[in-house]
Design a protein around this ligand. Sequence first.
Ligand code: HEM
Length: 367
Amino acid sequence: KRKESPIYFHEETGTWNAFQYEDVKRLADDKEKFSVVFPQMPGNTLKNSIIALDPPRHTQIRSIVSHAFTPRVMKEWEPRILEITEQLLNSVSGSEEIDIVKDFSYPLPMVVIAEMLGVPSQNMDKFKEWSDILVGSPKSSRKEDVDENINIRLKTDEALAEFFHEIIEEKRGDLGNDIISILIKAGEEGVKISEEDLIPFCRLLLVAGNETTTNLIANAVYCLLENPDVYKELRSDLSLVPQMMEETLRYRGPAHILRRIVAQDTELNGQRLRKGEIVIGWLASANRDESKFENASKYDIHRSPNRHIAFGHGIHFCLGAPLARLEANIAITEIIERYSSISFSKDFTIDPVKNGAVLGFNSLLVR
Ligand code: HEM
């Protein structure tokens, strides 16, 4: 498709689909022609969050929330992330087999973001349950299942808003070093940030940050299982882990797509697009575009430069990228330090995430 029909109309979903690197990048970059503000759908968990705002509001909110993921904040959290990683790996040490997803890469980002948001540990189970519901899909495309899914999302949304309302109130009186406190402080110094902005942001962090990071770690492990020589190479030089992670992001990035709605009639790679039409940008395809990456279908940790767009591009470039990279690099470094080699478990079967927007695994058994 990438070569033959780079801009392809999919009848069933009524969407345009862009596959080439430059086109997907333009979708992300050209904020005048391509908007992220879609008609409101019930149960939409991204509503009112920055990922669904155009400038100028996006610019204002982003200038505040970006305080939550600065290099300084990341440095402060690094020791705690390492500690959580070690605890999770300790709890399965000695086991013949580990499920990388269930035992490790699923709980890690969840616990980290909950702590970063200042969620009390006794609420962790609730928090996990909500996060699962918000990223989950309906059981099938049957109307009853879709309606049931919308209802449970709406209820979860209410519970979550109530929960964060209480936390925000508490923090206002007693600021700490958690994300919510950082944002309240930043809001006091610059553009005011109200609860109507903070709650959707907290909700977005659950939706955008957890499943993607879980799958980045799982995808990195999968790439290492497929490339035992790379595992050996990293074991002899752990400083190569970050570049291995960049190649994993390019080759098996967990976020498959971007979505945009045409804001003004335009054209993309020669195809006319009309206002109101929906365009999907396939990040996974863009990152394997031969006209951008030499030997694009080869997993090569020494690729340089590696200008993948696994975290998107332009004004909506993933705000959590520094956190995702930090967690994934710590996670893989710890695995490599502990295990001289890893291999697929003998019961291994591919168990992919069944969600068109995410590339990853429900479980990944290794020994
Ligand atoms: C935006 C991918 C982890 C928070 C995005 C976008 C992508 C992406 C592709 C752009 C969407 C668009 O342009 O429509 C990923 C991947 C991750 C990851 C692959 C992990 C490997 C995280 C984490 C957080 C996070 C850990 C925070 C805890 C956000 C936010 C935005 C965003 C807040 C919206 C930024 C804006 O609209 O200005 N992410 N993400 N992400 N991501 Fe991530």
